[in-house]
Design a protein. Structure first.
Length: 185
């Protein structure tokens, strides 16, 4: 049984397929990061880890108008050349540094480059949801580990409320509520 290390949505197809790795895998990740920064969305993210890995293996992504309406064709070209499944055709470090979107050849390309900006609104919206999901998983893991620990020590469970934050919540509920008076002068 082999494990894939790394955040699933950033890994290259050769990692998913357990092939030999090189700098090309890092170039792929740069393509994913660029896609995310310009759109606020992830190119390969699925509902499950397996779906994400299948999307990567199939190189299944698009430039949805909802996210890429203000992104230049030069920027999309940069991403396409990095998200190339064939490692021999994938853009190299030198190619990326000399790409017209990174290093404009003329004033028109320089102007086009300035138009492709980080899509902060979509980025915030997508990653706020992910942070919430991550937080939920951490709390669930905390509860699970606490239950395992209590079973190992033969301690009674406390109505399924095991996390420190739950205990803090109980303490806050027990405190008397004092009311501040507003002065009317």
């Amino acid at each position: 049984f082999k494990n894939i290390f790394g955040t699933p949505e950033f890994v290259a197809p050769e990692i998913v397929n357990y092939e030999q790795l090189g700098l090309e895998a890092d170039m792929w990740s740069i393509g994913v990061i660029t896609y995310i920064l310009l759109s606020g969305a992830s190119p390969f993210l699925g509902d499950t880890k397996q779906e994400t890995l299948a999307n990567i293996s199939a190189v299944s992504y698009d430039f949805d108008e909802e996210f890429f309406s203000s992104t230049s064709e030069l920027a999309k070209s940069f991403i396409r050349q990095l998200l190339e499944k064939d490692t021999r055709k994938r853009m190299t470090i030198e190619g990326a540094l000399n790409h017209p979107w990174i290093k404009p050849l003329n004033s028109r390309q320089a102007m086009v480059k300035r138009l492709s900006v980080v899509n902060l609104e979509n980025f915030k919206r997508q990653y706020a949801r992910r942070r919430w999901k991550f937080s939920f998983r951490i709390v669930a893991l905390c509860n699970h580990l606490t239950k395992i620990m209590k079973k190992g020590q033969n301690l009674p469970e406390e109505n399924g409320r095991d996390c420190e934050s739950d205990q803090e919540e109980d303490i806050l509920k027990r405190r008397p509520h004092t009311r501040k008076r507003s002065s009317t002068s």
